[in-house]
Design a protein around this ligand. Sequence first.
Ligand code: GDP
Length: 331
Amino acid sequence: MVNAVDIHALAEGVRSGDRRSLARAITLVESDRADHRIDALALLDMLGAKKQALRIGLSGTPGVGKSTFIESFGLMLTGFGKRVAVLAVDPSSARSGGSILGDKTRMDHLARDPNAFIRPSPSQTQLGGVARRSREAVALCEAAGFDIVLIETVGVGQSETVVAQMADLFVLLLAPAGGDELQGVKRGIMEMADLILVNKADGDLKAQATRTCADYAGALRLLRKRAQDPDGFPKALTISALEAAGLQTAWEEMQTLADWRQQSSVWQSTRDAQASYWFSEDVRAGLLSILQDDPQTAAQVAQAEKDVRSGLKTPAAAADAVLTPLLKRLH
Ligand code: GDP
């Protein structure tokens, strides 16, 4: 598909910030084909980062207002002269039969803004596969000179962890809750959040949103203060994505936090730790796929799994039964 000369041309196109080249480059890194993979790695190697973008992870359950928020927040940022890329990490996209950003009606205005780039989630059942593709897409957006990369995910279990591991800041979007109940947000996700935005603080929901925000601010204060935070963070604010209210304040808070982290070296050390995390994950995933591709080992794994399920072997003994012959073959 892409020959050596084309890779150079594609790299040039990406570097110049051309959105069509960027889209093609992302398609290339998303491909599973072995020859595409070689091209993709050559391309990524050739590019490097033009500059570091501010990577903002954004999570929230369906209906909380993520696309409305991205549309108005993104348009505000492009209005400030920023170039904004939006990527989605959605492990369930393959199951639901379409990407969460596939719907053309989402982010309509932003999609037409020449300073914005919107990319639907790669359809892939495995979170690991989605993670690698998304990370590489982030790298391509940086190479294309985007100032801000928004990485969106639906609030489904592990996907937040994946996004947090590729973001500089993590924003959690929540809806106004009834009474003083917190919305069953898992502690682990609360701990990841740098900024909680309680959306829909408008009309009839305004008072409720304000109360919910106070509840979350209280809950955040109970969490241990983290070394990567200046005073006052993590924070909870109210916004209305629909009325574009509170978005400027939210952006100022994000910048305050990003500036502080950059000056205190937390920024770089976090990125270094993320790189090392992804290296280990890639080695782990690579080893597993080598094992799965080897028919003899795959059969042994299947048998061992059966033995564990039927109670014939303990998990440890079954794992040992797979690994010992493998180690013998390696020596
Ligand atoms: P997503 O599933 O998280 O992407 O949520 P959407 O952005 O599609 O929004 C879900 C619904 O909430 C839509 O009907 C929106 O119009 C509505 N919505 C989003 N933001 C706001 C807001 O700030 N205020 C109000 N009142 N409704 C909102």
